[in-house]
Design a protein around this ligand. Sequence first.
Ligand code: GTP
Ligand code: MG
Length: 184
Amino acid sequence: MFLVDWFYSVLDSLAWLWQKEAKILFLGLDNAGKTTLLHMLKDERLVQHAPTQRPTSEELNIGRIRFKAFDLGGHRIARRVWKDYYAKVDAPPTGPAELDALLSDDALAGVPFLVLGNKIDVPHAAPERDLRGYLGLAGCTTGKGDVVGLAGTGVRPLEVFMCSVVVRKMGYGEGFRWMSQYIK
Ligand SMILES: Nc1nc2c(ncn2[C@@H]2O[C@H](COP(=O)(O)OP(=O)(O)OP(=O)(O)O)[C@@H](O)[C@H]2O)c(=O)[nH]1
Ligand SMILES: [Mg+2]
């Protein structure tokens, strides 16, 4: 038993050897819950945040991936700097109508998109099907499971996951697991 424990502690201490690194952008309209999600993922704490005025970045360790996460404000003026953050990004979770512009931007070609439909705890929250329709994603998403066969096809991984960061604390974990499989 001792030997097994020792073996795993050695493995743990070597984990950095096979850790992957990725850059990720949190994009979405203001009040969507991006900063709240970032801090939930970072230290499982629920904190009230003022609207994000200037971009901040945090390190997140999820599974074997070390994410450098950039949290950008969602209000109109803050959205102007989104473009400055596109270079060499591995995945940008995002929100409403700006999505079209992001999806057709050459700087983000091939980058996986995780769309999180947050606040499903709110009464009358739009169901997933309506959100997909509203975002123009009906029929465009690539599948929620392990997507064998997408690699090398040039098809951009794109999927919608509904979640509740605050009240139910659910949904976003599945989203991040889905995204992680596309980070090389
Ligand atoms: N009911 C509910 N409220 C949430 C949820 N997630 C976040 N909120 C609330 O939504 C508000 C906005 O959250 P923020 O994380 O500051 O939003 P943001 O996307 O960072 O906004 P900007 O920084 O302005 O772009 C806060 O009052 C959060 O507590 C959720 O899942 N359910
Ligand atoms: Mg914010």
